[in-house]
Ligand binder design. Structure first.
Ligand code: PEP
Ligand code: MN
Length: 337
């Protein structure tokens, strides 16, 4: 971090700031120009409140030279993190595909879809039991019963299960029955929930918030990591832009950006980005091409009658075909699928 003082800043003010920072364990590299002083602060400044330094009237600017996240930072962890989800590694050479319906609707539905996505080559099953819906009158999910049905589908197929948590009071049940706990876009900045998940050691799939910057998203991951849970997987699912043709705008540039900044694996959800089933295929291919470690794809056996997100759900046959096509792209970028 760098502090630039205003010309003529009194010596005693600068000394006070210097002593205060040194007492916090930082080393100060002082540069004195003709009428300007600059402090280079050496040490882990991720815990320093930049705004508190800006409050001082003698301070012109304060700039970070390092990102505010530490545990998620590739600088301190150069090798890629590989997260083990019930025996399925995410972040390694193999691109893992998570597939299933938006919502668990019945035991038969989720088991049927689980079987077909497994045949198609998926390595994990998704399905929402607790649904964050825009309208309170829309289907809210089968809740605990939905978790029971997911468990049954796992027993039948062996596929680990991925499902969304909406509140901290359900953590115990999720830790018991879920293999990869999803934090949805709407809860990306629910810091109390993130802190509680940080106390567990369960793998967490952290979706990017609707309008979150890459830094805000990684800072949310930092909350979980700071609690001691290192098993965080990021998920790009499209962001809100001025464009209304698509449900969201898939930010493909976020994948190489996150890979540069962080060691955490990144999964791409083309379904919630597009909002339309026919766009899922080209976006999934693009995601693999830009370095995604996995995909999250909505698949439904009867999209016309789906209780949630039917328009963006692939039918099992299309999903299987897409998986075949993705293999070729994975190969070109030096990955397996
Ligand atoms: C979902 O995965 O079903 C979902 C609700 O996703 P998001 O939080 O990205 O909207
Ligand atoms: Mn959905």
């Amino acid at each position: 971090m760098v502090i630039v003082f205003k010309p003529g800043a009194p010596e005693e003010v600068k000394t006070k700031i210097k002593v205060n920072l040194e007492q916090q364990g930082f080393q100060i590299n002082e540069i004195n120009g003709l009428n300007m002083t600059i402090f280079g602060i050496i040490g882990d400044t991720s815990t320093l409140d930049i705004n508190l330094l800006r409050v001082n009237d003698c301070v012109d600017k304060v700039m970070r030279v390092q990102e505010p996240f530490k545990r998620a930072n590739r600088m301190f962890h150069p090798e890629d993190s590989v997260i083990d989800v019930c025996g399925v590694p995410i972040g390694g050479r193999k691109i893992q595909v998570i597939a299933g319906p938006c919502s668990v609707e019945s035991a038969e539905q989720v088991t049927q879809v689980a079987k077909s996505v497994k045949l198609g080559g998926a390595s994990m099953l998704r399905g929402g039991a607790f649904k964050p819906r825009t309208s309170p009158y829309s289907f809210q999910g089968l809740k605990e019963l939905g978790l029971d049905y997911l468990k049954a589908a796992k027993e039948e197929t062996g596929l680990p299960i991925v499902t969304e948590i909406m509140s901290a009071d359900k953590i115990e049940r999720f830790v018991e029955d879920v293999d990869l706990i999803q934090v949805g876009a709407r809860n990306m900045q629910n810091y109390e929930l993130l802190k509680e998940l940080g106390k567990t050691r369960k793998p967490i799939l952290l979706k990017r918030g609707l309008s979150a910057t890459i830094e805000e998203w990684i800072m949310s991951a930092e909350y979980i990591l700071a609690g001691g849970n290192e098993n965080v997987i990021l998920c790009e699912r499209g962001i809100r832009t001025f464009e209304t043709y698509t449900r969201n705008t898939l930010d493909l540039s976020a994948i190489p950006a996150v890979k540069k900044l962080s060691h955490l694996p990144v999964v791409v959800d083309p379904s919630h980005a597009a909002g339309m089933w026919w766009m899922v295929e080209p976006l999934a291919k693009a995601a693999v091409a830009v370095g995604a470690d996995g995909l999250l794809i909505e698949v439904h056996n009867d999209p016309e009658h789906a209780l949630c997100d039917g328009a963006q759900s692939l039918k099992p046959e299309r999903f299987a075909r897409l998986m075949g096509e993705l293999k070729g792209i994975a190969q070109i970028v030096g990955r397996d699928l």
